[in-house]
Design a protein around this ligand. Structure first.
Ligand code: FAD
Ligand code: NAG
Ligand code: NAG
Ligand code: NAG
Ligand code: NAG
Ligand code: NAG
Ligand code: NAG
Ligand code: NAG
Ligand code: NAG
Ligand code: NAG
Ligand code: NAG
Ligand code: NAG
Ligand code: NAG
Length: 650
């Protein structure tokens, strides 16, 4: 029973320490705000969110769709994690961007909102022997998270397609506003036609679980005023008045506080955090939900003494629970580009080079939400192995990967035999999907302007058409671990990019595919020569060499607290609870065991919705079991009956 009446309104920083809340959410990002918002719908529980960043919803660079990419220019809004030198990428230290602020990465991301292939979600269920984590059973949570605005006549005429059955339209339930831009570049349509000519089907909806196609991706845009809808816009701003929801900004969590261990599972009783380096704690009566992102969450667990004892001791943290796969199984998408000179007259380059033109376009946006800044231009296509490789090349690559399967699983698992089995299981599923042409190793998307590794001052001042080529199904696995007990220190982030030869071959194949697209009709009508990689890169070996010197993170990092069985090296079970703990769950990108072929954010909202549902069911169950004895059997019966009925209704 709750004993104190909480009267603090959301977003107020508490002046006193040792407040007590039922649920404490660590990280007010994409999944964290979804969980906190859903849990606090129940006025009988109290929820607190501790977020390291602040409210940035009022920044133009955040809310204007055409300014995507500007968010990372604010060092206050970006953790900008540096990787350790990447051995397969000429020893370069790459930057993994991650949002810091209410909304987390949804605040600074590119707002692209498709979903991955059905088979990829099914793989999570397969790995975990749990059919509740499969596409069919997760689709209701995807739909619940969104409030979809169908394309208007102009957007439809510009090529936007959608399938009604795939989306959420419930105005009282849906939260993330999903819609389409108000401006479409002509070259995007030319590119879609070129891709169709190369065999990509026209997609009826890139969120329908069958994204091996080409189309216009939905965006996290509020169609009513053409602004970004972040997790803060979706799950917090409309509910900021809730008196049972506390959101503390500028609060960096330093650790979870555990009850004195008397055997059995570890119980969290509080969370320690720093505001302006001032140390406070908040007590937890029910559960801690860890939502600090795929790099932030393993860091907090390790700072709290949960992880590989060797790694914790080296960092100067006293081990409390030896759970050696915390921070392992880490993987990320890899970004690359091909770009061409173009003689089309209107590109995003003009915005960068002509400030009076840019000012005029911004005025159009401010006046009536039109112009180039009302666009978040993303026509995209997802490629299957048959789009990238010849049959013999593919058979060869698969055969080699199968022969070396255990060698790579061992190499990637940091001496942990359970995780070796887990990574081997993931690779088997991935290779089966490759064989069935159901793996989706690459995203191809058209950029109406320059996209590439060369800074504006170092490239010709002309107009460009670019294709982003993103490696979507990496077999490489790395790790992220703390190196210091200082909560402000960055961890050692090692995505181990390109550690598997199939990853390298797929990305090189993607550049070849991008070249074919740039020169295929009708896109060839605006093509006036290649800039990058450059015509001198005339063999796979030369493309590969160039890529090693330029590829970047796609900022879709996942897997560091993977949902897998314990004997496969998992960190959380299918109720998202950390093995060996009584009341700590993880809800964010960390739990995704198996990379998906999509931008991640729609999946992470789904995880937030599912987590809230699991937590709510657990509370109801535990309250029933703790009620007076004579009532319990009856209530339990009704509870299970109710759940059965609910499942049946779904
Ligand atoms: C530049 C960029 C572009 C992207 N583009 C797209 C896109 O177009 N479409 C798409 O689908 N995905 C995109 N992504 C990826 C997607 O946005 C992320 O995968 C997703 O938002 C991650 O959600 P999360 O809940 O796991 O973590 P986050 O949303 O990152 O939330 C983690 C939160 O925890 C906080 N935190 C971390 N450590 C602590 C601590 N110790 N104490 C307190 N708080 C802490 C962080 O400040 C943050 O607010 C992009 C990402 C980036 C960075
Ligand atoms: C790259 O990272 C390593 C540590 O991971 C660091 O020692 C080195 O200085 C970094 N190099 C650059 C150029 O930043
Ligand atoms: C998978 O789950 C089913 C039903 O829940 C169970 O009968 C079966 O034994 C499980 N299989 C494995 C390998 O755990
Ligand atoms: C949308 O556009 C397509 C093709 O241009 C057209 O066939 C269809 O009728 C349009 N739908 C609506 C609702 O306008
Ligand atoms: C919309 O969601 C609310 C709240 O969950 C629910 O009560 C209602 O039945 C839903 N409406 C429809 C049309 O599904
Ligand atoms: C885009 O294409 C349309 C139709 O072909 C044409 O009318 C328009 O002028 C083009 N816009 C630009 C900026 O080239
Ligand atoms: C857009 O609309 C939302 C919802 O009504 C509102 O909260 C937000 O402030 C608006 N943003 C701008 C920039 O007008
Ligand atoms: C959080 O920190 C920022 C930057 O230091 C500051 O501008 C803001 O006022 C702080 N917000 C709160 C609620 O303390
Ligand atoms: C916060 O205070 C507690 C109790 O004094 C102390 O044990 C802990 O180390 C402090 N944490 C930090 C990050 O300073
Ligand atoms: C723990 O980490 C060390 C150092 O990285 C590693 O050698 C060891 O194999 C790990 N142990 C387990 C069980 O994963
Ligand atoms: C790029 O396009 C703009 C028109 O939008 C034009 O003024 C400029 O000359 C073009 N640049 C080159 C180098 O062709
Ligand atoms: C652009 O260049 C191509 C040749 O590469 C030419 O066929 C086409 O007419 C040119 N278009 C314009 C608008 O100049
Ligand atoms: C491996 O998994 C087994 C079974 O779940 C567990 O008992 C054991 O502690 C795990 N070993 C390591 C090194 O994590």
């Amino acid at each position: 029973m709750r004993t104190i009446l909480i009267t603090l309104a959301a977003t107020v920083v508490p002046a006193i320490s040792a407040l007590s809340y039922d649920y404490v959410v660590i990280g007010g990002g994409t999944a964290g705000l979804a969980v906190a918002s859903r849990l606090s719908e129940d006025t009988s529980v109290t929820v607190a969110v501790l977020e390291a960043g602040f409210d940035a919803e009022g920044l133009r660079e955040v809310f204007v769709p055409g300014l995507i990419g500007s968010g990372i220019a604010f060092t206050t809004l970006d953790w900008a994690y540096k990787t350790v030198p990447q051995t397969n990428l000429n020893g370069r230290n790459l930057t993994v961007h991650a949002g810091k602020g209410l909304g987390g990465s949804s605040l600074i991301n590119a707002m692209i909102f498709p979903r991955a292939g059905k088979e990829q979600y099914d793989a999570w269920g397969q790995l975990n022997n749990d059919s509740s984590w499969t596409w069919d059973n997760l689709l209701p949570f995807f739909k619940k998270s969104e409030l979809f605005t169908p394309p208007n006549a102009f957007q439809n005429a510009s090529g936007v397609r959608y399938e009604e059955a795939m989306h959420g339209f419930n105005v009282t339930e849906g939260r993330v506003k999903v819609g389409f831009p108000n401006y479409f570049f002509n070259q995007s349509a030319l590119w879609r036609k070129a891709a169709e000519g190369l065999g990509f089907p026209a997609s009826p909806d890139l969120a329908n679980g069958d994204p091996h196609a080409v189309g216009i991706a939905p965006n996290t845009i509020d169609a009513a005023n053409n602004t970004r809808c972040s997790a803060a816009c979706a799950y917090l701003t409309p509910f900021g008045h809730r008196t049972n929801l506390l959101v503390v900004q500028n609060a960096t969590v330093s650790r979870i506080i555990w009850a004195d261990s008397t055997g059995g599972n570890l119980r969290a009783i509080g969370v320690e955090y720093l505001v302006n380096n001032q140390n406070s704690t908040i007590d937890v009566s029910k559960e801690v939900i860890l939502s600090a992102g795929a790099i932030g969450s393993p860091k907090v667990l390790e700072l709290s003494g949960v992880g590989n004892s060797t790694i914790l001791n080296t960092a100067g943290v006293k081990p409390v629970l030896h759970l050696p796969t915390v921070g392992e199984n880490f993987n990320d998408h890899v970004h690359s580009w091909a770009n061409a000179f173009t003689n089309i007259t209107l590109t995003k380059d003009v915005l960068q080079r002509n400030s009076s033109f840019a000012d005029a376009q911004l005025l159009l946006w401010l006046r009536d939400r039109t112009g180039l800044y009302s666009a978040a231009p993303r026509s995209m296509g997802i490629a299957a192995p048959s789009d990238i490789f010849s049959r013999t090349q593919l058979n060869d690559l698969i055969e080699q990967a199968e022969t070396n399967l255990m060698r790579f699983a061992e190499q990637f698992s940091n001496g942990n035999p359970n995780l070796t089995k887990g990574i081997a299981a993931q690779h088997r599923i991935a290779l089966d999907l490759y064989k069935q042409d159901k793996s989706l190793p690459l995203e191809m998307n058209a950029e109406p302007g320059y996209s590439g590794p060369t800074s504006i001052g170092n490239r010709p001042g002309v107009n460009y058409t670019s294709i982003n080529v993103v490696l979507y199904a990496p077999l490489s696995r790395g790790r992220t671990h703390i190196v210091s007990a200082d909560p402000h220190a960055q961890p050692a982030v090692d995505p181990a990019y390109w550690a598997h030869p199939l990853d390298v071959a797929a990305q090189v194949g993607g550049i070849n595919l991008a070249r074919r697209m740039l020169t295929a009709p009708p896109l060839d009508t605006i093509y006036t020569g290649e800039f990058e990689p450059g015509e001198d890169k005339d063999s796979d070996a030369k493309i590969e060499e160039w890529l090693r010197s330029v590829v970047a993170s796609d900022n879709h990092e996942v897997g560091s607290l993977a949902m897998m069985p314990r004997d496969l090296g998992g960190v959380v079970d299918t109720s998202l609870k950390v093995y060996g703990t009584a009341n700590v769950r993880v809800a964010d990108a960390s739990i995704i065991p198996f990379t998906i072929s999509a931008h991640t954010v729609s999946t992470i909202y789904m995880i937030g919705e599912r987590a809230a549902d699991i937590i709510r069911a657990a509370r109801i169950e535990s309250e029933l079991f703790s009620s007076p004895n004579w009532l319990a059997p009856l209530q339990t019966a009704f509870f299970w009956l109710g759940r059965g009925l609910a499942n049946w209704l779904v």
